[in-house]
Design a protein around this ligand. Structure first.
Ligand code: ADP
Ligand code: MG
Length: 430
């Protein structure tokens, strides 16, 4: 009996020793697991903060990029003298017939083309920039966006598109790329000046708001059709009183980019279009978008800058035999050609430093304030590369030559020799 008890006791002692060892080992593993868990949590936290750091770096890099772009624009702006008409030429892509033979040359100080030589005619033209057929709307905007920035910084800017019908004026100014899902604030490849300017302007509004500066944007969309300057708004309401001054028209406050595109949409829908042999959606009026960009500092200084941006898509001049128009379209074509001839006369006088006559025509009367010496003006000249359009192209290039030597009008010289106007008064209305 005693021997049995002794055996059991020894067995219990052995089992106890095993149990104590197992419990020690379990405790050890638990410790290890706990410390591994701790390491894992630590690692996760580190990865998380790494991701946060990466995000912050990315934001900083994109902010830096933006500031670099702004600096570049400001630099260009400083080098953009006011009171001079700058002229750029865009050759549209078109392979529907025999092409003109031409070459372009890069300017001495630039890395872009500034000279255009029409070989078979032995003619050479110089511009501030020449855009080749393969260059897209985005390239054009990159070359002119400093002017939009100028307007945002309180300067007065006017950009015209001029050229024969069908050469791409409306495409350059207003085209909206046909993408399936348009995202707000994204530049799409074929977007024209208007949708791109809208993004730039409303981004600036947001940026300034963070700096406690309010940018108040208001705009007006109008056209000159025949002899009338008329606002383009929903429902084509009757005009209360006729005017030849854009500033007499109603300006609407534009709080968001959507407000701006609604203004343009209504304008484009109500604008006069018609089909001719040169362009099956030919603009039959001069289209004017005028924006006031008022910047107010919210601090006690109350400083206020008022920039202006006028974007003008002129109707294209047309050679009747090419446009093959009759009836109303023929008369519209004549009105357009006449108004453009008057614009040419005004620029010719300005180029010769002679006082121009603005009042002969609604177009020149309306544009007079935009040709003032306080304005920075850009003519975007559109031409066709086709041989069959050479006569019209030559006319455009000669117009550009005149515009290029034009200094904007000096206030002192303004209209001293104008004939009496319809209401019997002399002189400028400004
Ligand atoms: P305009 O306003 O000078 O009379 P449009 O802008 O209406 O001419 O252009 C006529 C046609 O040619 C339109 O269908 C337009 O989409 C096309 N077009 C003009 N320029 C270009 C271009 N650079 N790239 C592609 N298509 C163009
Ligand atoms: Mg057009």
């Amino acid at each position: 009996m005693q021997a049995i008890l002794l055996r059991h006791e020894t067995m219990f002692q052995k089992q106890d020793a095993v149990l104590q060892r197992t419990s020690r080992e379990t405790e050890g593993s638990a410790k290890e697991i706990r410390s591994q868990k701790l390491l894992q949590v630590n690692l996760q936290e580190k990865t998380g903060s790494n991701e946060k750091l990466n995000d912050e770096i990315e934001t900083l890099v994109s902010k830096l990029d933006l500031e670099k772009k702004r600096k570049h624009l400001l630099f260009q702006q400083v080098h953009a003298p006011q009171g001079i008409v700058r002229v750029m030429c865009r050759i549209r892509p078109d392979t529907s017939g025999p092409l003109l033979e031409y070459t372009t040359e890069t300017g001495y100080f630039y890395d872009h083309a500034t000279k255009l030589a029409i070989l078979e005619e032995g003619l050479r033209y110089e511009f501030d920039r020449v855009y080749l057929p393969e260059e897209a709307n985005g390239n054009i905007f990159n070359g002119i966006s400093h002017l939009i920035q100028s307007a945002l910084d309180g300067k007065k800017v006017c950009i015209f598109c001029y050229g024969q019908s069908g050469t791409g004026k409306t495409y350059t100014m207003s085209n909206i790329d046909e993408v399936e899902h348009r995202e707000e604030g994204v530049y799409y490849k074929n977007d024209g000046i208007l949708p791109r300017a809208s993004i730039m302007i409303f981004n600036e509004k947001k940026r300034l708001r963070d700096l406690d500066i309010e940018l108040i944007i208001s705009g007006c969309c109008s056209e000159i059709y025949g002899k009338k300057l008329q606002p383009l708004k929903a429902g084509r309401k009757r005009i209360r009183r006729e005017t030849r001054r854009v500033d007499d028209l109603e300006f609407y406050e534009l709080d968001t980019a959507d407000d701006f595109s609604a203004l343009i949409d209504i304008g484009m829908k109500n604008r006069h279009f018609g089909a001719t042999a040169l362009n099956n959606s030919s603009s039959r009026s001069h289209f004017i978008i005028s924006l006031k960009l008022v910047k107010e500092l919210k601090n006690e200084s109350g400083l206020k800058y008022e920039g202006r941006l006028n974007l003008i898509d002129l109707a294209g001049f047309e050679r009747t035999e090419q446009a093959q128009t009759a009836g109303t379209a023929f008369k519209e074509g004549n009105d357009i050609n006449l108004s453009l001839m008057e614009l040419r006369n005004v620029l010719t006088s300005l180029a010769k430093n002679e006082p121009p006559t603005y009042r002969n025509n609604t177009l020149t009367t309306a544009l007079q304030p935009f040709l003032g010496k306080d304005y920075t003006t850009l003519m975007l000249i559109m031409i066709s590369p086709l041989k069959e359009n050479w006569q019209a192209t030559k006319q455009t290039l000669e117009f550009a030559k005149i515009a290029r030597v034009t200094k904007n009008h000096h206030r002192e010289n303004r209209q001293t020799n104008v004939p009496a106007s319809a209401d019997g008064k002399r002189g400028s209305r400004k």
